[in-house]
Design a protein around this ligand. Structure first.
Ligand code: HGY
Ligand code: MN
Ligand code: MN
Length: 414
């Protein structure tokens, strides 16, 4: 680092950031240009190994905790002080993109690499974090490892979760050899920052490069099981049928109607299993997911109540059994004002157009906000598209977000 430059004059290496993202995107690459890298699979192991190697090349000391989350530490002058941490996740949706999660891990790694390149020594240690199973596609709960770190879930609960094939989280974790010995959570962090693509259209539509994330929607998920009776599609008269899939179709319409009732509420049925799923059998059982989100818990309560009332009515009309079980809940989160200000000041100092924004997506930062001062940095993604193989972002925007991350980390790490 030449004497003239102050830490705030330092910029990350945009080419190295983009190159790392593209190399990581090869692991689980899909024909449509996306990534399928489900948590705790062989592909996840490959991405973890590559990430750990890069961390070691950057001079970081790597630890793995009891649910497989990885922490790569750059020592500070005060080695015993609680670290400033930044990271995200490497697991993807089944039809995921190259940037959701991976960007936040690579951006944090790039901050560590840049500190090394410029010989920056901070007062507090800096850690790059990679949280296991953020997506919740293979194992519930979503954001399970960061939730365990924050004490929202027990380690036992996380390890016991089973995927649709009946494989437990703990078995899958051991199978990829990332069952770490570091205790899960229970240690203080000075601050946590997470860089992420917005996964919505606001920044692009308003011409902003950086989103100063002030908080995130609350979420409440359910698993709905509708029970009717398998019957022959021919001889069974229509009025005698107890058709579980038909009942589900009415209730799914209700989810949509309830979510459309206000501007800030969201409702999605993303997963459905129909049994016996045979063309000439009236379905006797249908199981589907419900994902409700809102800026207020009262909004989540409104939608849950509406769902249960509609289910009661449909059960009687269609002579069905309907069971509704909550599987995920976390309230709306508001990030730390000091950390949000560090992000906003960094964007302003670097001259990036920026706006405050609330995250519609959940992130590991939502749980970490419960145990440490936390904020997030958003950058635009093309057309606001994410959880889609065509997810795209520009090297310039990704570098801008990473430069803001560097400034925020330096501001908090001293
Ligand atoms: O569901 C979410 O909001 C996150 O992308 N896992
Ligand atoms: Mn994500
Ligand atoms: Mn995601």
């Amino acid at each position: 680092m030449n004497a003239a430059s102050k830490p705030t004059d330092i910029r990350i290496n945009a080419e190295r950031l983009w190159d790392s993202l593209m190399q990581m995107a090869k692991i689980g690459a899909t024909p449509k240009g996306g990534v399928k890298r489900l948590t705790l699979t062989e592909l996840d192991r490959q991405s973890r190994d590559l990430f750990v190697n890069w961390c070691k090349e950057a001079g970081l000391v790597v630890s793995v905790d009891g649910v497989g989350s990885i922490f790569a530490r750059r020592v500070g002058r005060n080695a015993a002080a609680p670290p400033v941490v930044s990271g995200s996740h490497l697991d993807t949706q089944p039809s995921g993109g190259r940037f959701d999660g991976c960007y936040g891990v690579m951006a944090a790694l790039e901050v560590a690499r840049s500190q090394k390149d410029h010989g920056i020594e901070t007062e507090l240690p800096f850690e790059v974090a990679m949280w296991t199973n953020e997506e919740g596609s293979r194992f519930l709960p979503v954001m399970g490892a960061s939730g365990a770190f924050a004490g929202v879930h027990t380690v036992e609960e996380i390890l016991a979760a089973r995927d649709p094939e009946g494989i437990s989280f703990g078995e899958a974790l051991r199978a990829i050899d990332y069952a770490g010995t570091m205790p899960v959570g229970g240690r203080p962090l000075s601050a946590y920052f997470e860089a992420h693509i917005e996964q919505g259209p606001l920044l692009e539509n308003t011409g902003n490069t950086v989103g100063v994330v002030t908080g995130a929607l609350g979420q409440r998920w359910f698993e709905v099981t509708i029970t009717g009776m398998d019957a022959h599609a021919g001889p069974t008269p229509m009025h005698l049928r107890r058709d579980a899939l038909l009942g589900a179709s009415f209730l799914i319409q209700e989810v949509n109607r309830l979510a459309k009732a206000t501007q800030h509420s969201r409702g999605t049925v993303g997963m459905i299993v129909n049994r016996p799923n045979s063309r000439n059998v009236v379905p006797g059982e249908t199981v589907f997911s419900v994902d409700f989100r809102d800026t207020d818990v009262s909004g989540l309560d409104r939608m849950e109540q509406g769902l249960r009332e509609a289910a009661g009515r449909i059960a009687v009309e269609q002579r069905l059994g309907i069971d509704i079980r909550q599987t995920v809940f976390f309230p709306p989160c508001h990030f730390d004002r000091g950390c949000v200000a560090a992000v906003r000041d960094g964007a302003a100092r670097l001259g990036y157009r920026h706006m405050d924004i609330v995250s519609g997506a959940g992130h590991d930062a939502v749980h970490i906000a419960g145990v440490a001062p936390t904020a997030m940095i958003f950058v635009p993604c093309e057309g606001g598209i994410s959880h889609n193989e065509t997810e795209n972002a520009t090297p310039e925007d990704l570098a801008a977000g990473c430069n803001v991350l560097l400034q925020a980390v330096l501001a908090k790490a001293g």
